[in-house]
Design a protein around this ligand. Structure first.
Ligand code: AHM
Ligand code: MG
Length: 348
């Protein structure tokens, strides 16, 4: 019999076991006078995303695969899992007393919860299941969320005004990717941190502390089938990336699930784009619950996010489902893109 290794197995690393709840509690200490309500709020999101991932993992085995037949406010066919995910988030968040307003991609209007409660000071804006049309073919999907505080002077019964704020007012944002593992990435404005769900214990464990986006990546990510209808400077940018103008020839990666494409870009660098097209002159992605959380995380990780002309986080929204073009990624690629923004473009 072999004698045990004196210091334990040489192959076993002792992992740092930090759950997302512990991490949130630590982060909360940065907010003076924080009472725990914010961590309780975020725990509603972690619980909901665990419930969603459980159904996503079983999608082919249950009756939740495929389209429901209904059409949402964007005119898109709702998948059954869109509806389920939306309900689960609404249920888990509406019992958090600190939340006054919920706004979702799947609901035309923001929902007022805890009507009249002075303790309800936060709004949560989310896309419950981004990329859901990919589920039928087992491709990664995700949830995105953005948390805002009720602005000074806004009444409790004016839910739209709670959420029509620029992204620079977000106090926290994040996403969950339901991919080969389930990973939650979030920031409260103090760096970006990733937590992998350990399915054996049902807890999100810190796996990617302090994520930094590389200064330059290897990939560009865009739906090139629309290339002929992009404004010319987008197509020219892609040409420069492919030609090696930035010191290397870029390869293309496009999953068609924003959360998954952005997650790769956050970890590996490079650039993800959803430009204006003829059919979607404002791009396809929604400002409040898709572009804003992604832009917040990108900037917190040392990257950049623009709408093709100006900083995404500075856009003043007019409506909750408004769309925006999006260019997000590493500093080097974004600096090259910005060099060709015409000087008369709005916001420049
Ligand atoms: P959805 O919110 O209705 O799921 O649509 C958003 C998705 C994004 O995840 C993805 O980046 C984009 O649609 C892909 O669109 P396209 O097929 O036009 O490339
Ligand atoms: Mg969606």
């Amino acid at each position: 019999m072999t004698a045990p290794h004196p210091g334990g197995s040489p192959h076993l690393r002792t992992p740092t076991r930090i759950t997302v709840q512990q991490h949130i509690l630590q982060e909360q200490k940065r907010f003076p006078g924080a009472s725990g309500e914010f961590s309780w709020l975020l725990s509603g999101i972690t619980l909901a995303t665990k419930l969603i991932q459980a159904q996503v993992r079983r999608a082919g085995l249950t009756d939740l695969l495929g389209a429901d037949g209904a059409v949402n406010v964007q005119g898109e066919v709702q998948q059954k899992l869109d509806i389920y995910s939306n309900e689960v988030l609404a249920q888990c968040l509406s019992v958090r007393e600190s939340i006054g307003v919920l706004a979702s991609e799947e609901n035309e209007q923001p929902i007022l919860v805890h009507r009249g409660s002075e303790n309800a000071n936060y709004a949560v804006v989310f896309d419950p299941l981004d990329g859901s049309s990919n589920i039928d073919v087992n491709v990664s999907v995700g949830t995105t969320f953005s948390i805002l505080r009720r602005p000074e002077g806004v009444e409790l019964h004016e839910p739209e005004k709670w959420v029509l704020q620029p992204g620079n007012k977000q106090i926290a944002a994040g996403y969950v990717v339901y991919g080969s593992s389930t990973i939650l990435v979030y920031s409260v404005g103090n760096g970006v941190h990733g937590f992998t769900l350990d399915p054996s214990i049902g807890a999100y464990m810190l796996s990617h502390p302090n994520i930094r986006m590389p200064e330059q990546g290897k990939y560009y990510s865009v739906n090139e089938s629309y290339r002929d209808s992009f404004p010319p400077r987008y197509a020219q940018f892609i040409d420069r990336l492919r030609a090696g103008t930035l010191g290397q020839r870029y390869a293309s990666r496009y999953i068609g699930s924003m959360v998954a494409d952005v997650h790769r870009t956050l970890l590996k660098g490079g650039v993800f784009l959803y430009p204006p097209t003829t059919d979607n002159p404002q791009g396809k992605l929604r400002l409040l619950y898709e572009a804003n959380p992604v832009a917040f995380l990108a900037e917190q990780a040392g990257g950049m996010a623009i709408d093709g002309e100006r900083r995404v986080l500075d856009i003043e929204p007019d409506s909750i489902h408004q769309r925006t073009p999006l260019v997000v990624g590493s500093r080097m690629e974004l600096a090259d893109f910005e060099r060709f923004i015409p000087s008369d473009a709005a916001g420049v």
